[in-house]
Ligand binder design. Structure first.
Ligand code: NAG
Ligand code: NAG
Ligand code: NAG
Length: 592
């Protein structure tokens, strides 16, 4: 880059000769009101809307670094000034800042890979996690009331316009559908949402995603458990829904901080994850499994993937739901034609009738290792449910796909058991009437070579991405990025109008965020455990049980899980310099 540097130097000196003040663009996102740029010891500039909610202005700057902040002028004549100063250096990019948030972009320590990336997966720039996105929804207020009053109406969706803004740009989707998300969490005061049909006039999607979920994380004052879990799954090279945080506004009203994530059964997600982004020719089968303790039948029913005979009306089979897009036959027929044969194949493997396990064994064991290490109380191994099974017909391959990890790392109940139960006694918490057997897992582990493989996955995890020196600095950095937004979330009124609300006593404040992300002591309010305490303790306990020596520093022989950066600034800057040089050159020729 020496060449580039000296050219830059040349250009800078050239500029200095020509002008002594510089035009600098300032950009800020403001959901309500009109912002004014306030230069310390200098002028104020009223800003203009460029593309709502983005406001910009060019200011003459004589010396760097320049200190400034923004003032928000509301329609009712009131003003609000940011309580902190921002700073811009000469070469800094002009990014879209967010009013009242001091952090715009923060790079995090990356996680060392435990295994190579899943080979059929392409990352989406939507999940560049070095910033918080802003999502602004506009919809008919009466439609919205309708959603809030009919929480249990599964199919209910309303028309909405969605604006997605981040430090680099603003994208608008005029014809999306907004609906509510979550199952057990639907009656919590803070709701979760889904947005579908994210396609603009040119049929372009949101960074290769047409549908997203906005998870409320109402039980997790760190907002980061789903995210951390997903990041470690990325390091394990298994298919995984991605996560990134976003602040949500609906019709001008602040709703809160949410985890953006992928709906697993969405076609776009599936092809980006399992087929390198290439469109599938066929409708692939996909099913979701749940866990239902008392409300579904007179006994608990759950998706253990066990064989309960050929009668498809067995209550244990009622827990699987077809989630694909083929409407030519109903869910029951899909079960009989696609899932029941899978269950029988698993059973044949269990009984020794075949050597072929229909799932990829390595991937399945990696998910299970992570469930154990993260204390995932609400996932397959402990409570068989909360996962999908997907068949890629073009590869003739079934995949187990784990999902939904907010109850982990010391929240979700029975925290002591989830932390302290040895691997040899796992799973610990058995609801009455729920069997211990997990047919595919048990039969995989009954082969001694697989048992060794399982131990080697734990060994690898403890030395790479689950190593406290790898994951905890990343946690610190993510927490620094979202802290102001987390605090803000706790102050907001909740919009649910359910008259049978759950978890109304879970009211978090700043100190809950702080203890969950940084405390190394065992206790947090509501019986929870802080993430750091959980990870440190779990890693020590398992290392002792399996006789693993955790090295002083993590291993990174496979490199790191890369963040899908939205802009590679280095490249953008270089291209810009080349342009400037070319133009200067042409000008020089003309003048000459
Ligand atoms: C800006 O942040 C301060 C401090 O956190 C807070 O008191 C104030 O309400 C915020 N204003 C807006 C418009 O978010
Ligand atoms: C979308 O997917 C295509 C094909 O996989 C890829 O080339 C492109 O970079 C992706 N775009 C974004 C914004 O991630
Ligand atoms: C993202 O940016 C970081 C820091 O600039 C860099 O180390 C990394 O290689 C980039 N990743 C990609 C995928 O471009």
């Amino acid at each position: 880059m020496k060449f580039n540097k000296s050219l830059n130097l040349l250009l800078v000196s050239l500029e200095a000769l020509l002008v002594n003040s510089e035009k600098v663009t300032f950009k800020v996102l403001a959901v309500n009101g009109t912002p004014t740029l306030n230069i310390e010891g200098g002028q104020q500039y009223k800003m203009n809307v460029k593309e709502y909610p983005l406001y910009t202005v060019e200011a003459d700057i004589n010396s760097f670094p320049v200190k400034y902040n923004y003032i928000l002028n509301y329609d009712n004549g009131q003003n609000e000034i940011e309580e902190f100063m921002r700073q811009r250096n000469k070469d800094d990019d002009s990014l879209n800042e967010f009013f009242n948030r001091s952090v715009t972009v923060l790079e995090h320590p990356q996680l060392p890979k435990a295994y190579k990336a899943f080979p059929h997966y392409v990352p989406s720039k939507l999940y560049d996690d070095t910033h918080i996105a802003t999502i602004i929804v506009k919809c008919d207020p009466n439609d919205l009331q309708g959603l809030y009053q009919n929480l249990d109406d599964e199919g209910l969706k309303i028309n909405a316009e969605v604006i997605y803004a981040n430090p680099y740009g603003v994208k608008t989707y005029k014809n999306t559908y907004l609906s509510l998300g979550g199952q057990s969490t639907k009656h919590a005061p803070k709701l979760s949402y889904k947005i579908k049909n994210l396609k603009n006039d040119k049929n372009k999607e949101l960074f290769n995603r047409s549908s997203i979920k906005l998870r409320a994380e109402h039980m997790d004052p760190s907002f980061l458990r789903d995210k951390l879990y997903g990041d470690i799954l990325n390091s394990l090279g298994v298919p995984a829904a991605q996560n990134k945080l976003a602040r949500l506004f609906i019709n001008g009203e602040a709703i809160g901080l949410f985890d953006i994530t992928d709906p697993i059964n969405n076609n776009r997600y599936l092809r980006e994850t399992f087929n390198k982004g290439k469109k599938y020719k066929n409708e692939n089968p996909i099913f979701k499994a749940d866990y239902c303790y008392s409300s579904c039948s007179d006994r608990p029913v759950y998706g253990d993937l066990g064989y309960y005979g050929d009668d498809a009306t067995n209550p244990m089979y009622s827990i699987y739901t077809y989630k694909g897009e083929d409407k030519s036959s109903d869910s029951d027929s899909h079960f009989i034609n696609e899932l029941l044969p899978l269950i029988k194949d698993i059973n044949a493997y269990t009984s020794g009738a075949t050597d072929k396990m229909p799932f990829d064994i390595d991937i399945f064991l990696r998910y299970m290792a992570m469930e154990y290490l993260a204390g995932a109380i609400d996932n397959y191994w402990n409570k068989p449910g909360n996962y999908y099974v997907f068949k890629d017909l073009s590869k003739d391959q079934w995949y187990f796909h784990d999902t939904d990890f907010h109850f982990s790392f010391g929240v979700g109940g029975d925290e002591d058991l989830m932390l302290n139960t040895p691997l040899s006694n796992y799973p610990p918490t058995l609801d009455d009437g729920v069997e211990r057997s997990r047919p595919p897992l048990d039969s995989i582990l009954s082969h001694s070579e697989n048992k060794e493989k399982f131990v080697s996955i734990f060994d690898r995890l403890l030395k790479t991405s689950f190593h406290p020196k790898a994951i905890l600095p990343r946690l610190d950095s993510l927490a620094n990025l979202i802290r102001e937004d987390a605090y803000w979330d706790f102050t907001l009124p909740r919009v649910s109008q359910s008259d049978s609300q759950i978890d109304t006593d879970l009211i978090f404040e700043k100190s809950d965020f702080d203890s969950h992300v940084s405390n190394e002591e065992p206790e947090a309010r509501y019986g929870n455990m802080p993430i750091k305490y959980f990870i440190n303790t779990k890693s020590d306990l398992l290392a002792k049980e399996l006789g693993i020596m955790i090295p002083e520093n993590f291993e990174n022989d496979l490199g790191y899980v890369e963040n899908p950066n939205q802009t590679s600034n280095a490249n953008a800057k270089m291209i810009w310099s080349i342009y400037t040089i070319l133009i200067s050159f042409c000008l020089a020729m003309i003048l000459y």
